[in-house]
Design a protein around this ligand. Structure first.
Ligand code: GLT
Ligand code: MN
Length: 388
């Protein structure tokens, strides 16, 4: 490869809110002027992205009139046509407006819950109109600061009821759309419900249409919780639930940093890219991050190009890992089968159970055997550092 130019087949996407971030944070004002959605589409085209995703209100302000909405959507569609960018995913902003200060689907106020459903149906219509096939739900305000204020079982039931309602809405409209639930442990709430991808996967199985609903795991959110992101992604993939993915980077235990992909934990980013490429994940590689507050829009382009470039470099490294004779020989040794034992694995039978119970294992020598994982890991590090 060695040509790290992003191409449409890489399916690199960004949210309007990512490259559109103006650098505002809880302690400081914006450091960049806001760009319009049309300008952001052109910026993404310039850096070589394949697609652009948006929240309803990234595109259409919450207080726009129907005529304004139509004009904005028309201009946006023209920008997509001019640049060739597509919209693979859309989502609803159920967290910025003060009306959602105590949640949307989990609000204690039925009026807010009803408004959240109405807003989401309208946002789904907008997303589908622009071509989205995946619809993300990130419940940024679906949580509490104090458990005196909301019953967590009610919150789960309300979330389920809302998602069941919205699945039926999608079916009723005949839309070709799947839902992807995105977990986050905290921020902006003290605690957010369904805080990890694992919680989401369990919750999905309780829905009326689990086949329509998967997950959108985000690197930063799982790292905030101190978890191994790859393991959550692998579990989602194995369950057939990896409908989308949010690539970013993050130091564990901190605020949601949303750093450029691969900028913090290169090794974790490498194993993630290797996994996605090895299993043949075919969805968007969506970068849900933003440029440092220190940057102007040239820096925002550096940020976006950097996300894609790092992904492609790691993809090349993954191919080398898979072709490296020494690494592969070690892996073959680690994963060697034991023909004499094959017949005891797999489905249970009483005969197998009895046979297993009668076997003797040399526990002490098994425990003493060196596994060469230090060597294997250092070969990986050498490869990543470019000396192999
Ligand atoms: C927000 C959040 C992201 C979500 C977006 C979708 S909004 O930026 O941090 O992880 O994917 O609502
Ligand atoms: Mn994030």
């Amino acid at each position: 490869m060695s040509d790290y130019t992003p191409k449409p087949e890489h399916k690199f996407t960004f949210g309007l809110w990512t490259v559109g971030s103006t650098g505002r944070d809880p302690f400081g004002a914006p450091t960049r002027d806001a760009l319009s959605p049309v300008e952001l589409v052109h910026l993404l085209a310039e850096v070589g992205a394949y697609g652009v995703n948006f929240h309803d209100n990234d595109l259409v302000p919450i207080d726009a009139t129907p005529a304004e909405r139509d004009r904005i959507v028309r201009d946006f569609k023209n920008a997509l046509k001019e640049t060739g960018l597509v919209v693979p995913m859309a989502t609803t902003n159920l967290f910025s407006d003060p009306v959602f200060k105590d949640g949307a689907f989990t609000s204690n106020d039925p009026k807010v819950r009803a408004y959240a459903l109405q807003k989401t149906m309208q946002a789904i219509d907008l997303g589908v109109e622009l071509g989205a096939k995946v619809y993300v739900f990130w419940g940024g305000r679906e949580g509490t600061e104090s458990d005196a204020t909301k019953n967590p079982v009610d919150a789960i039931k309300r979330t389920r009821e809302a998602l069941n309602f919205l699945c039926e809405y999608v079916l009723d409209q005949g839309y070709d759309l799947k839902f992807a639930l995105e977990a986050k442990p905290n921020e902006p709430r003290g605690d957010i419900y369904n805080p990890t991808t694992g919680h989401m996967l369990a919750f999905i199985e309780t829905l009326d249409h689990p086949e329509m609903v998967g997950v959108n795991p985000e690197v930063a959110h799982e790292h905030m919780a101190g978890l191994n992101f790859l393991h959550g992604v692998a579990q989602a993939w194995e369950a057939g639930k990896l409908f989308h993915i949010a690539l970013t980077d993050q130091y564990p235990g901190r605020y949601d940093q949303d750093f450029r992909f691969g900028s913090r934990d290169l090794t974790a980013a490498f194993f993630l890219v290797k996994f996605l490429e090895d299993v043949g994940y075919s969805g968007s590689r969506h970068f849900d991050a933003h440029a440092y507050r220190t940057e102007d829009y040239e820096g925002v382009k550096d940020f976006a190009r950097g996300c894609m470039r790092t992904y492609l470099i790691l993809k090349e490294k993954a191919a080398r890992f898979n072709a490296d004779p020494e690494i592969q020989a070690l892996l073959a040794e680690i994963n060697a089968t034991e023909p004499s034992l094959e017949s005891v694995f797999g489905a249970y039978s009483r005969e197998k159970a009895n046979r297993l119970k009668g076997m003797t294992f040399d526990r002490v020598s098994l425990g003493k055997r060196g596994l060469k994982y230090e060597r294997l890991d250092q070969l990986t590090i050498d490869l990543l550092l470019g000396v192999r």
